[in-house]
Design a protein around this ligand. Structure first.
Ligand code: AKG
Ligand code: FE2
Length: 255
């Protein structure tokens, strides 16, 4: 035992890789049980929601400051057990600066709600782990608009690697985990359409079809997913963390 190395993260999750997408997306169905899902949903504090026009959200332990700094504070236990413990088993955050997620964004989408295509930007390490709760939803994956359209025809190695299918969709079932790492984080946009039904779901149009827990649910419904309220927990490692003590000292230092 003492001599055996723990398996490397990517080897452990290799069978969950979404192969038709640029590296790396991994989809793990049934990452948590129904009981665990129910327990987490019940613990989300009702008074912490911030309501936006097309969804509501809350951040734990807190919202980042204007310069993308996290005020150091532990995550609540109900966000750690069992989810972060399972991340540790997989070694998911072994290569990020704090070697663990220190921030969770909770988004809630009612039927018909979504989020514009976007990238998550520079505040976080490039490992994002999203747990889905309550209902299924499609995440749209699109390429970033080309910043140098005048250079068309000069293909970079990644652009010419056309074994990948983008744009596409990732169908996130309740209790699943979606992991986004590295180039996939940097080079693609993700968003959720504001629709009441995801349509035309099949092996050709859904990148993770073969990894789904139960594709027959969607087959029986004629390739449709009637949206219901879906909650996501997005675990990240915020790069800049300030302790309360250094904040006080910094404040004094500026006087
Ligand atoms: O709810 C999701 O799965 C996506 C959330 C998201 O993209 C974000 O909060 O940046
Ligand atoms: Fe995002």
């Amino acid at each position: 035992m003492a001599n055996s190395q723990p398996p490397k993260t990517l080897e452990m999750i290799e069978r969950y890789k979404i192969k038709t997408l640029p590296p790396d997306f991994y989809y793990i169905p049934d990452f948590i049980s129904k009981e665990e899902e129910e327990s987490i949903l019940q613990k989300i504090p009702a008074q912490r929601w911030i309501t936006l026009s097309h969804r509501r959200l809350q951040a734990h332990p807190s919202t980042l400051t204007k310069n993308n700094t996290l005020l150091a504070s532990p995550l609540p236990q109900w966000l750690i057990k069992p989810v972060v413990e399972r991340f540790e088993t997989l070694g998911l955050f072994n290569d990020t600066p704090h070697k663990a997620p220190n921030h969770v964004l909770i988004n809630e989408y009612k039927s018909g709600e979504g989020i514009m295509p976007h990238e998550d930007g520079g505040a976080y390490a490039h490992v994002v782990a999203t747990v889905s709760l309550g209902a299924s939803i499609c995440l749209d994956i699109t390429a970033k608009p080309d910043p140098h359209p005048e250079e068309q025809g000069v293909e970079t190695p990644t652009e010419s690697a056309s074994q990948y299918t983008v744009p596409t969709r990732i169908l996130q079932e309740p209790r699943s985990l979606l992991i986004t790492i590295g180039p996939a984080y940097e080079n693609l946009l993700h968003g959720i359409a504001s629709v009441q039904v995801d349509e035309n779901l099949n092996v050709q149009t859904v990148a993770n079809w073969e990894l789904l827990s139960d594709p027959t649910v969607f087959e029986k419904a004629g390739g449709r997913n009637e949206r219901a309220t879906r909650v996501s927990l997005t675990y990240r490692d915020v790069l800049k963390v300030s302790s309360a003590a250094s904040k006080v000292l910094g404040g004094l230092g500026r006087r």
